[in-house]
Write a protein that binds this ligand. Sequence first.
Ligand code: ATP
Ligand code: MG
Length: 512
Amino acid sequence: MVTDVNRDEFFRTVTLKVCSSLDIGVAVKRASDYLQDHFPLDEVYLDILDSQLGAIRRIVHFAKSDGERAEEIVPLPEGVWEWARTLTGPQIIDARTASGPAGAIVSLVKMGGKSDLALPLRVEGELVGMLVLRAYGEGKYEQSHAELLSMVAEPFALALANALSYREVLRYRDILLDDNQFLNRELLSRAGDEVIGGNSGLRNVMEMVRQVAPLSNTVLLLGETGTGKEVIANAIHFASPRKDGPFIKVNCGAIPESLIDSELFGHEKGAFTGAVTEKRGRFERAAGGTIFLDEIGELPSQAQVRLLRVLQNREVERVGGDKPIPVDIRVIAATHRNLETMVSENQFREDLWFRLNVFPIIVPPLRQRKEDVPALTRHFVALKSRELGIATPPAIAPGALERLVNYSWPGNVRELENLVERELIRHQGGQLKFDSMGPITGRGKVETVMGESTGGPLDLDEAMSLHIAKVLEMTKGKVHGPGGAAELLGINPNTLRARMNKLGVNYGRKKG
Ligand SMILES: Nc1ncnc2c1ncn2[C@@H]1O[C@H](COP(=O)(O)OP(=O)(O)OP(=O)(O)O)[C@@H](O)[C@H]1O
Ligand SMILES: [Mg+2]
C-alpha cells in the first residue's frame, strides 16, 4: 500500500531524475533509486520493441543484488506486443493469476515467485516501450502502486524517445565518420599518385610545394589548361598537416551564378525562397582541411567580396546570417586565366587578387618541359590500360615517343592523356604508334589535322573539338557572355567549359 506520498513532489522528482541524462541507463538508474522509496523494488527493466528482430530489446536492466546488466534480446511470444499496445495504463502482472499474453510472459521469463508492474510508455499515442518494476515475492503490487506509477508515464516515455533518437543520431554520426574515413583513405590512395615529372620538368614546382605544404597560407596555382594544376593542389593538401582533414574541391565555373553564394558560404533557414533548412557551405565543410577553388577567375563579383572576407578574417558569413562563423581552412585557388588582365579589365577585384597572389605557383606548359613527355606517356599507358581493362599494356612503337616529344601540346598533359586513351582504344592488340596526332588541337591547326587524318571520317569527339576551336577563333577566345562561344554554339558556358576540358581544347588565353 502506498502511503503518504506528496504527489507533486513525486512527479517533480521522478521527472527531474529521468531527464537528467541522455544515457537512458543512467537516467533510469537515478529514477529507480528514488522509486524504491515508494515501491517494492528488486529489479527495473526498460524494454523496447525491435521490430526488425521481432523481439524485445531490454535496453536497461538493473537488479538491486548485482547492479546493471548488459542489454539483452528477449524473444517475443506472439501477440504480446499487440497486447501491450492495447494497454491504457500500468499493468500488474501476477504469476499466480496471469493468463493470455500476460501468462505467456510469465512462463517465458519464469517469473514464479515474483511480481511485475509494467508501465506502457507512449509518445503521442504510439507505444515506444515498457518500463517494468519487479519485486521478489508474490502479490507485491497493488492498485495504489499502479496509480502512482501511472503519474510518471509521460516523463519516462519522453526520456525514452529522446534517448532513442539520440542513439540514432550517434549511430548515424559513427556511420558518417566511418564513411568519411573510408572516403579520405580512397582519396589518399589516389592522391598517392605521384606527380610525374616531379624530379624533372616539375622540379621547381615541387620544390615550392614542399616549402608551402607545412604552412596554412593561401596558394594560387597558375598555368594553362591541362597542365596539372589540380594535381599540384592535391599534392599540397596531402603533403600538409591537414591531410587527414577534408579536401573540398569547388569548380567556380561550374556552379550557376545564382547558387554560388549559398553553395560556398552556406545559408540560414529562410535566407531566400527555397532555403527551407540551414545549410553549411563548402567553406564550412572544409574546416580543418583545404578548400580548392578551381577556375577562380570565373567567380562572380558578389562571391568575390565574400571570399575576400573569408581570406581576411578567416570567418564565413552565411547568406542571411548575421554572425560570422570562424573557419580553420587553407585556400588553394587555381586558374588558367590571366588574373592581372582580368583586374585591369575590372572583371576581378584587385584586393582579392592581392590576397590570393601571396604565393603563386606557375605550372609550366608541357611544351616547356618536353623531357616529361616519355614518362607521362608511359604513366598514362599503364593507367588507362588499367581503367580500360586491358590486361597487358601494349608497347610503344619505336619512334613514337620522339613524335610525341616533338609535338607542341596546346592542350598540355590532358591532351596527352586523352591521346593515349584514344590510341589504346584504336590500336588494341598492336603497338601504340601515335601517328594520328593533332586532331584535338586548338586554332590554326585545321588544315594539318585534315591532312594528317587517316582519310576516313573524323570521329565525333574530333569533329566537336574542331568545331569548338573554330568558333573560339571567331570569338577571339571569349567563352561566355554576349558574342561568346557558348552563345554562338547555343549551350551553357559551364557545359561548354566542361566539354572543352574533357576534349582537351585550349581556351581562355585571350591575350595569348
Ligand atoms: N604531373 C602529372 N602527373 C600525372 N598526371 C598528371 C600530371 N599533370 C597532369 N596530369 C593529369 O592530366 C590531367 C589534367 O590535369 P589537371 O586536371 O590537374 O589540369 P589543370 O591544370 O587543372 O587543367 P584545367 O585548367 O583545365 O582545369 C589530369 O587527368 C591529371 O591527372
Ligand atoms: Mg583543373
